[in-house]
Design a protein around this ligand. Structure first.
Ligand SMILES: [Zn+2]
Length: 157
């Protein structure tokens, strides 16, 4: 059986924070504000994977009120979805995602992100497709105040 799940996330950007995207630190003058490391791509992928598995959402598994998750790498969340997926004998067929921010340019970091995400998920980088968009200068993303990501996961099992 083929199962698909969708994920979306947005984080505010502020000075004095690291910009973590897909498990990789991207050099920039701002970073995402969040309880964990604020990795918008990992969070969107996590929700897509949980959705495809019929397993709820990221907030249920990793509540942002729990001090355990403060400042942690969001790759831990993806590693946890791998455990849940193995228990249910679900295999990743494909992951696709788009990250939306005005700056910085993320494309050069995609190979490193695919490698980090694949390692955390126990899949191969070829099964992960990443895309980058700007918001054409409009809204909070266009003003550089936020970063967002959409993701879709397709599982077989
Ligand atoms: Zn998030």
């Amino acid at each position: 059986m083929t199962r698909s799940g969708i994920g979306y996330d947005l984080h505010r950007l502020a000075e004095g924070r690291k910009l973590m995207v897909g498990g990789v630190e991207v050099p920039f003058d701002k970073g995402s504000v969040g309880h964990s490391d604020g990795d918008v791509l990992s969070h969107a992928l996590c929700d897509a994977l949980l959705g495809a598995g019929g397993l709820g959402d990221i907030g249920t598994h990793f509540p942002d009120t729990d001090p355990k998750w403060k400042g942690v790498s969001s790759l831990l969340f993806l590693e946890h979805t791998r455990k849940l997926r193995y228990e249910r004998r679900l295999r990743i067929s494909h992951l696709d995602a788009v990250v939306i921010c005005e700056r910085p340019k993320l494309g050069p970091y995609f190979p490193a992100m695919c490698a980090a995400l694949a390692k955390a998920l126990g899949t191969s980088p070829e099964q992960i497709n990443l895309k980058a968009k700007t918001n054409e200068g409009t809204g909070e993303i266009g003003r550089g105040e936020a970063i967002a990501a959409h993701a879709i996961a397709t599982l077989e099992g």
